[in-house]
Each structure stands twice: as structure tokens, then as C-alpha cells.
Ligand binder design. Structure first.
Ligand code: ZN
Length: 348
């Protein structure tokens, strides 16, 4: 049986490669044991592509950042806009270099028909995503420059404030209702995303910001990587009224595999079963329907269940889902069809 193609909501592979390759440590094309995604392992896992994030780390950070321990908050100062912009341009250049070197095996997709063609032809499809809008500098009018460079998905925040509003800090246990909503520029940025047809990612937004986006956007609400607050009360997880709003707008939640957001105790303990991912999927499916649930691994940016390991372990997750009662049609929805629907409704 052919492997189920998986189109995934989130990974931090570009940053991981960027920080490691500067030291000569890791290639996207060579199977390695560092990180979670490279092309050979992606092929083995049936990973057909996904949202590849550009995250701008604090100035001077040399290594990919591990998720902090529950109850702590990393030192995350507000980023300088110029720095964020030039760092982001450097990572886009690296991505385009990967696309070039891949000689047809990797494509940065900008339309749903390009994505569809990649899935058919087994070309790894990359949606360019920013995790935090710091590079959209000096204001929303700069978004179109990045649209022209291929940007099709924008997370307004990571866990720090920027000129558009406040990201939700890491806390456990905690409600995500920490900090203020969107600024006027934040609302203008939402409108600009709608105008250009860029997906707005609600991962790591706080409660007030979430409802501000819900009020002003005309697109389905989407979270590229998130889990259920009811099952794991992290400030970064989604409360039930947010989950319901996502379902009501025909939106989507990509379930995050980071063990600290899956577990009831919030511990970043890799000794966590794959079934913990299945529990969050089940929860969302029961609450808002299978059309509104997908995958959002957080590979290369988080601690995976050791049983899953890396991207090559995806077929194990598919097996568990099948064992939990998801038939072929349901698995296709979770694996890629739902993301394609939401992108088709959002991109123009
Ligand atoms: Zn994230």
C-alpha cells in the first residue's frame, strides 16, 4: 500500500538548518541523526510537505531553542524590526537555495494548484510561513514585499510582544488570557493578509488577540500547530470557545506533537506515547468535526515522543490513528485534504 501523503502545519527545519549549516553541521539532502526532517527521512515517512516556518531567534542565539520548562519563560526581548527583516531575508535565500539544489524534488508553492501538482508528482511542497510578524517592518505595508518573495502564511506572534500586539508567554498551568489584544497596526495587518490572500496563523496568540483577529478577518480561523487546553492546560493551548470558533468558520487546527503541550502535567518528557497525539486529535474531532483537524508536528522545533522519533516515524502515527478507528477517508482529511481546503478558501 502506498504511504499516506502527509502535509503538515508546522516545522522549524529552516531555522535548524540555518543555525547548524552556518557551522557546517547539517544538510537537508543527507540523511542525518540531527533534527527531525531531511529529504531522505521525509520520503521514508510519507511527508509530502507543509508549512516551513521562519522564526527569528533572539540576537546572538547560535543553537535552535529548546522549548522551556513548564512554568518558566525564556528571555525573549522585543526584536528589532530591521534585524528581523534581514535575518528573514537570509533564511528565504537559504530556502531558495535548497529549492534550486533539489533539482525538482522540492518546490516552494504559492497556489493550491501548485500544491496539488506537487502531491501528485511526489515533489516536497513547501509553504513559506513566518512564525511572528517582526519582519513585517516598519509596518503592514511591508507585507507585500514578502508576499512577492513567496510568503503565504503569517503567524502574527511568537511568545513575545511586537508592534502588532502580544504573543502568549509560556506558562503552565495557565489560561492564554495574558496581555493585550491587537494594536491598530495589528488590525491593519489582518486586513492586509486578507487583501493579499495570506493565511493568518493563530498559534501563540493570546486570548484577546485571538478574538480581535476573529472579529476582523474574512478567512477561516487557522492554527498551524496547537493542542487542547482541556487536556493540557498550557497557556499556548486552545480553550474550548476558541476551538468552537475555529470550527464555526470552517477553519482548522494542526495538532502539535510537542510533548509539553500534549501531556496533562506539561512536562517536556519524551517518554510520552504516540497515543497522546491521538487523544488531542480525538478531542478536536469529537468537538468540531474531522473536517477541522489536521497535523502540525513542530518537527525541528520541539520535543517529540521518542516512540515517534522524527519525520520517518509518521507511518506509526498513521497506524495508531487507523487502530483508533479512522478509516481511509478520515485519514486523508487529517493528512492533507483539510489543509488544502483551508488554503483554497484563504489564498487568492
Ligand atoms: Zn511554534
Amino acid at each position: 500500500m502506498a504511504k499516506l501523503p502527509i502535509f503538515d502545519g508546522h516545522n522549524d527545519t529552516l531555522l535548524h538548518l540555518h543555525l547548524h549549516e552556518r557551522g557546517g553541521g547539517r544538510s537537508f539532502f543527507v540523511e542525518g541523526d540531527q533534527g527531525h526532517i531531511d529529504l531522505p527521512r521525509a520520503k521514508r515517512g510519507g511527508f509530502a510537505g507543509g508549512f516551513f516556518a521562519i522564526f527569528v531567534p533572539p540576537v546572538g542565539m547560535k543553537r535552535p531553542m529548546a522549548a522551556p520548562r513548564p512554568g518558566t519563560r525564556p528571555d525573549v526581548p522585543v526584536l528589532d524590526g530591521e534585524y528581523a527583516k534581514s535575518f528573514t531575508q537570509d533564511v528565504i535565500a537559504r530556502l531558495r537555495g535548497i529549492e534550486r539544489d533539489a533539482a525538482g524534488e522540492v518546490q516552494v508553492v504559492q497556489t493550491v494548484s501548485e500544491l496539488d501538482a506537487c502531491l501528485q508528482a511526489h515533489v516536497l511542497a513547501i509553504v513559506l510561513h513566518f512564525e511572528g510578524a517582526e519582519a513585517i517592518h516598519p509596518g503592514p505595508e511591508a507585507l507585500e514585499e514578502f508576499y512577492d518573495l513567496g510568503l503565504r502564511s503569517l503567524g502574527l506572534f511568537w511568545s513575545r510582544p511586537n508592534i502588532y500586539g502580544d504573543g502568549v508567554p509560556f506558562r503552565f498551568p495557565s489560561s492564554p488570557d495574558i496581555g493585550d489584544g491587537l494594536t491598530d497596526r495589528g488590525i491593519a495587518l489582518v486586513r492586509e493578509c486578507n487583501r493579499l490572500g495570506i493565511l493568518i496563523d493563530l498559534a501563540h496568540i493570546n486570548t484577546r488577540g485571538f478574538w480581535d483577529v476573529a472579529e476582523h478577518t474574512n478567512a477561516p480561523l487557522a492554527v498551524t500547530h496547537g493542542c487542547a487546553h482541556r487536556l493540557s492546560p498550557s497557556s499556548r493551548n486552545l480553550e474550548d470557545d476558541q476551538v468552537d470558533a475555529i470550527g464555526d468558520t470552517n477553519g482548522l487546527i494542526g495538532v502539535n506533537f510537542h510533548v509539553g503541550f500534549l501531556r496533562e502535567d506539561g512536562e517536556a518528557n519524551p517518554d510520552t506515547p504516540i497515543d497522546a497525539i491521538v487523544r488531542h486529535i480525538d478531542y478536536f474531532v469529537d468537538r468540531i468535526g474531522i473536517e477541522h483537524v489536521a497535523l502540525g508536528s513542530d518537527f525541528d522545533g520541539a520535543t517529540m515522543p521518542s516512540e515517534l522519533g522524527d519525520v520517518a516515524g509518521l507511518p506509526k502515527l498513521v497506524d495508531r490513528l487507523r487502530a483508533a478507528g479512522y478509516d481511509s477517508e478520515a485519514l486523508e482529511l487529517l493528512a492533507y485534504r483539510n489543509w488544502m481546503r483551508v488554503l483554497a478558501e484563504t489564498w487568492r
